[in-house]
Design a binder for this molecule. Sequence first.
Ligand code: MEV
Length: 320
Amino acid sequence: MSNANETTSEAQPSAANEATGRGKLIVFGEHAVVYGHRAVACSLPRGATAVVTPSSQPRRSVTHVDGSLEIDERAERALAAIFDTFELSPRHHSVDVELSIPVGCGLGSSAAMAVAVARSAARLTDLDEDDARGRIDEAVAASESVFHGKSSGIDHAAALGTGFFAFSNTHGWPEITSLDVPEHRWIVARVAPPAPTSQMVASVATLRQRHPQQVDPIFERFDALASAGAQALEAGRWSDVGALMDLNQGLLSAIGVSTPDLESACYAAREAGALGAKLTGAGGGGCIIALANDDSADDVMTALQELGQVYSYTLPPSNP
Ligand code: MEV
């Protein structure tokens, strides 16, 4: 229990120090993007809000849409990696995070959280804007490698981004091209318990190691779908976007990251009139995304509500 003196000596979370990071939807190309191929994603309008506060009694609080998150040893290591980058001590800082997206189901919650915490930590230093930006990138990469092991950096890019973008990391650094996509409603359904991204990435690595001649051409197809998908998105050719999403889902199934729950949800969305549906993120559980026309969107949402929690986002976000 704290006494009155300790309580008054604690700095309170300050709104001036509040920072945000966004969640993401991967529309095309997850997994192949880890091997340098092209993918397409969009930042969500929201994700995580964090406040880092100097404190002699450091507190960790992470709340999300379904309750609060326990800070386990791995999450503490990820936080330590962020603090290290800014030469701050985790033992002398409280961290309060509020997540407004579901956690651990393909929507980029760990990167959103890392960006929000790193941006807030940067404000406690006297780094200039350029240096702070570089350190934020370093801190987020370090935190993501604690959570996910080998990662492409696409979640990181989305957490810092504002809209649709094409992404590749072929030469060891990210190449990001903004896409000018007309506004549309995107439906997200969380239909299965999440699977760790690191495990799903490792299972694809094992498959590729065993069958490189079969898996590498599939990765090439992901890349071609992402290029065609980027063009269809920019032109607002929604029925083509939907057809390409369905093809992408077939490839994700081929590399073993889909599940019966995810497949059933994709079929249910299509039967209710969706133009296309696919899992999003690492798979093995988590969320699907569905694209529908205005006249079928409500039916698709109703069909998916039978299978899990449904969210709808207008993308690109209107809060750049
Ligand atoms: C995870 O959101 C996306 C994956 O492609 C992993 C990565 O790109 O780092 C599965």
